[in-house]
Design a protein around this ligand. Structure first.
Ligand code: SF4
Length: 218
């Protein structure tokens, strides 16, 4: 049976997205097809000596024994994992959020109403904006979310432009998040007030405030 490269698996609170603050089982897959300038999970870019090779059955067994009903599939990039669809099919009793970097088509992974996406739009300062799969901007639904990670005023202006061009806040949940140590969240709030961004939520990466910002497995 095919194996997944799992960098880490753990139970914690979801730090971002619509289920922020709720318990979730995290499965962090190795490998990413992007290289964002400000990436805070670069340890997941490649397999490392601690990477576990787990079959779908072993991942499901781990999830079951945690007793937690919400799953966050993250990375790295979950959608480049071979056989992800077969794993999703085995998890139909769980609410699943897939955190994806926005460069890949989410469509074929929407197996059921229990699968939701937190899709990034990589802004100019990430260096990856040209890799965005723009059709995702019209494929998201109300229980999905789009997340804009903002590192500068230029990024913030572009995020607002995209939200307005695609009327994104009318079809899905939209989150603005600040790159830790680069963008002051208070500056985002000021612009939200000035621009009357009533449907957009500022989001702080909770785990970076609760634990050391570089702590893994939380
Ligand atoms: S997509 Fe995510 S994991 Fe990949 S480089 Fe960007 S921030 Fe890092």
């Amino acid at each position: 049976m095919a194996e997944f490269n799992v960098i880490e698996k753990f139970v914690s609170i979801d730090g971002e997205g619509p289920t922020a603050g709720s318990l979730s089982v995290f499965i962090r897959f190795a490998n990413c097809n992007l290289r964002c300038v400000w990436c805070d999970t670069s340890y997941a870019w490649e397999c490392d000596p601690k990477t576990e090779k787990l079959t779908a059955i072993e991942i499901v067994k781990y999830i079951k024994q945690t007793g937690v009903k919400h799953i966050t599939l993250t990375g790295g990039e979950p959608l480049i994992q071979k056989n992800l669809i077969s794993l999703l099919a085995m998890l139909s009793d769980y609410e699943i959020h897939i955190e994806t970097n926005g460069s890949l088509d989410i469509h074929k992974f929407r197996l059921g109403d229990n699968v939701h996406f937190v899709v990034d739009y990589k802004l100019p300062d990430s260096g990856m904006e040209d890799k965005m799969y723009l059709s995702n901007l019209t494929a998201v639904k109300s229980k999905d979310a789009y997340k804009f990670v903002i590192a500068s005023k230029k990024d913030l202006d572009k995020a607002i432009e995209i939200v307005r061009a695609y009327r994104l806040d009318e079809i899905t949940q939209v989150y603005f998040s600040a790159v830790f140590d680069k963008m002051d969240p208070a500056d985002i709030i000021e612009v939200m007030k000035e621009e009357h961004l009533n449907r957009i939520k500022l989001q702080l990466q909770l785990h970076k405030f609760i634990w050391n910002k570089n702590k893994r497995g939380v």
